[in-house]
Write a protein that binds this ligand. Structure first.
Ligand code: FAD
Length: 452
């Protein structure tokens, strides 16, 4: 039966269909550490909207589940394909369709890598702000489908703020244009926002109209502050946020992260530090903003360094950017992603310490401090995630919810956080969201089992 379906899919789509075992094995995983039990039926490597339309029509008619996949860098298991499923890859749809410097917009295909897009904009003096740490390896479509965040959100917003319009192919193969190329526009319900963060459950994003900005004129000023304790760093970050100064990024690292990154980079960084805050200003009068910021930050600090040249500033931030590779070098890691109101950041760090102690775990944690988004990491020995780690993660999520926060600030729900969905949304809202999904996907073929 499976063979017949694949043959029929090939008849419809030709060489865009692959059953190469290596590619199928790759499509069983993303970067969450989760892997499906068996390989998907086939992968469609779509090169055009027409390929996507034909795939969805075929899947709709034959009631075959479809998992849309960008670069597979997701951390929630959302792009993982399994038995009986078609994986629809958008990686080959990677063109910039138009660039409009006067309107500061561009229309792009979903498989374009965020980093490549930004490289192509630089010569025009333009920039696309959403800045996940995975920008070099993740796609614009994946970023939109997860509403990706990153280092610059407090000042420049999450992906949603940069998406004006989308073209989507629905489960039955129909194409819809959502939103518009204007900054303003309130005709009808805001379906663009519904699709941003929908994790492949409502339709396939095949083009996006994005808002651009002028490249910040600089100069960049970077401040690195060491603290004895993480709660002092959290308090300092909040004082800075409340001051009205607008740093582009404000990254907080706890003691364990500093130690692990230093070991990974073989750096002689100050590993006696209890926490480190890295604050970067990217425009305006960076120097005087930085001077005011230093006054605020040095109150509870043990050491402050200021760098006004871009290269050494980038070196300072490189330490933070090495967090993911440093974690990966320790073995298997479960990367978590809670967010709390920023005034509760110190309390959330306290909860992480309490939970670590209770379960006998070290939980290295970094935070995008200005938006209260924390990434506690569980380091795992062996292949399977032990029940005790899931229990600790569950307790962590509940602590974030109790503080008025959320299960996931930017990585999404996917497979990994489904079981906690009702705890945040409540049963009535989960039912309503399921009904909304059904309107778009009446046969339940789009990413079934993910999110809901
Ligand atoms: C080292 C590292 C650092 C990271 N840093 C960050 C960070 O700072 N901030 C952050 O937010 N995330 C981060 N991530 C997570 C990840 O990179 C993002 O979630 C990213 O947006 C996923 O993009 P992707 O192209 O890899 O999508 P995939 O992983 O392929 O897919 C992710 C989800 O989007 C859906 N999807 C993909 N393309 C489409 C489409 N065209 N139409 C509809 N649905 C689609 C998939 O079905 C899936 O549910 C990081 C990951 C790694 C490995």
């Amino acid at each position: 039966m499976d063979d017949q379906l694949v043959t029929a899919l090939r008849d419809a789509l030709g060489p865009s269909v692959t059953t190469d075992p290596v590619a199928l094995a790759e499509a069983r995983k993303d970067k969450s550490g989760y892997e499906s039990d068996s390989s998907p039926l086939a992968i469609v490597e779509a090169q055009s909207v027409e390929d996507v339309r034909l795939t969805m029509e075929f899947a709709f008619e034959n009631r075959i589940p479809v998992v849309v996949r960008g670069a597979g860098t997701g951390l929630a298991g959302g792009a993982i394909g399994g038995a009986g499923e078609i994986v629809l890859s958008t990686l080959r749809m990677n063109r910039v369709l138009s660039l409009n410097p006067d309107d500061q917009t561009a229309v792009v295909e979903p498989g374009l890598l965020n980093g490549e897009f930004n490289d192509s904009l630089r010569m025009h003096g333009l920039w696309y702000p959403p800045d996940p740490a995975s920008r070099a390896i993740s796609t614009i479509g994946g970023n939109i489908a997860t509403n990706a965040g990153g280092l610059l959100c407090a000042k420049y917003g999450v992906t949603r703020e940069s998406v004006l319009a989308l073209t989507v192919v629905l489960a039955d193969g129909r194409t819809l244009n959502l939103g518009r190329g204007t900054v303003k526009g309130v005709t009808g319900l805001d379906l663009v926002s519904l699709f941003v963060g929908s994790e492949g459950t409502l339709g396939v994003i095949v083009a996006a109209t994005l808002r651009l900005r002028n490249l910040p004129p600089g100069p960049t000023v970077t401040i690195q502050v060491e603290f004895d304790r993480v709660d002092a760093a959290a308090r300092a970050s909040m004082d800075l946020s409340r001051s009205g100064l607008q740093p582009a990024s404000m990254e907080l690292m706890d003691e364990v992260s500093i130690r692990l990154i230093s070991r990974y980079l073989k750096s002689d960084s100050d590993i006696r530090s209890g926490a480190r805050l890295i604050v970067q200003f990217d425009e305006g009068d960076g120097q005087s903003d930085a001077a005011r910021a230093v006054e605020i930050l040095e109150a509870g600090a043990r050491k402050v360094e200021v760098s006004a040249d871009a290269a050494s500033g980038e070196d300072i931030l490189a330490f933070r950017r090495a967090f993911h590779p440093a974690m990966a070098a320790t073995g298997r890691v479960l990367i978590e992603d809670v967010a709390v109101p920023r005034s509760k950041l110190g309390q959330m760090f306290g909860e992480i310490a309490r939970i670590g102690k209770k379960y006998g775990l070290e939980i290295p944690t970094v935070a995008h401090a200005a938006d209260g988004n924390l990434h506690p990491n569980f380091m795992i020995e062996g292949e399977a995630i032990p029940d005790s780690v899931w229990e600790a993660a569950g307790e962590l999520f509940r602590s974030a919810l109790d503080l008025g926060g959320t299960l996931t600030g930017e990585h999404g729900v996917g497979l990994l956080k489904r079981r906690w969905l009702s705890e945040e949304l409540g049963d009535d809202q989960v039912s309503l969201q399921r009904e909304i999904k059904q309107v778009f996907d009446p046969r339940g073929i789009l990413n079934p089992g993910k999110v809901f």
